[in-house]
Ligand binder design. Sequence first.
Ligand code: GLU
Length: 291
Amino acid sequence: MRIRRLSVLAVAAVAAFAMTACGGDSETPAGGSATTTAAPTFEAGTTMAKLSEAKKIKVGTKFDQPLFGLKPPSGDPEGFDTEIARIIASELGIPEDGIEWIETVSANREPFIEGGQVDIVVATYTINDTRKQKVDFAGPYYEAGQSIMVLESNNDINGPDDLAGKKVCSVEGSTPAKNMAEKYPQAQMQLTDAYSNCLEPLRQGQVDAVTTDNVILSGFVDQNAGEFKIVGEPFTKEPYGIGMKKGDDAFRTFINDTLEKAFEDGRWVQAWEDTAGAVLDTPEPPAVDRY
Ligand code: GLU
């Protein structure tokens, strides 16, 4: 948390310097300050205008995934996903306390978007065609891959082919669970609603493995030192997108533009380094898919 605050200050300092250096005195309004950013204006009637005027946004995210979205006992959730949401909110002129964090588990992301319980979902959410029938996605802003986690002491399971006949925990409504059913039907899947529910069964030997995205598993390995390990290489591609109501093309373009700006001006790398970067190498930004 302290690291994040410092980095935000550093970015603000750089921005203030840039404005002073490039703005010139003619661009500073009378009585204004060179460090005060004017509220952004958006075309009337757009989702951007609505959110920006209300100074509020409802963000669906995970509450139980270290590195990407983890809610501490008191306070707002933290992680790479929540930093991405904070970048989008700030681009809309919404202050930090205008973000309402709503827990989304894997299976309720599309229904929450469709029902308006959330404005956006940033929640390790893989972009795919099945989901695109119900919602739209900006991004990707990261690409993960499905992997397998076992007890540190396990030497039998080294990849998905070794899961035949084994008990494997994953989550309802997730792409890893779907992929197992389609490609590795001999694994005995045990599905729950959130990945953190798989940890105790793995410890107790009630399941042999947990499968989901590598970066989610890395968070659990890091959080539970010495207990678990990830085996083999990632065996799918999971491009993470920002879920939103289907058909809101202007909002999708705005978020894609925001992501590209953040890729270029260092905010995306900073978001990574302040969160997942504590454990994982810094990736290259992916190419945004403007479908
Ligand atoms: N990225 C995958 C998905 O969207 C797995 C992670 C998750 O369930 O959040 O289904």
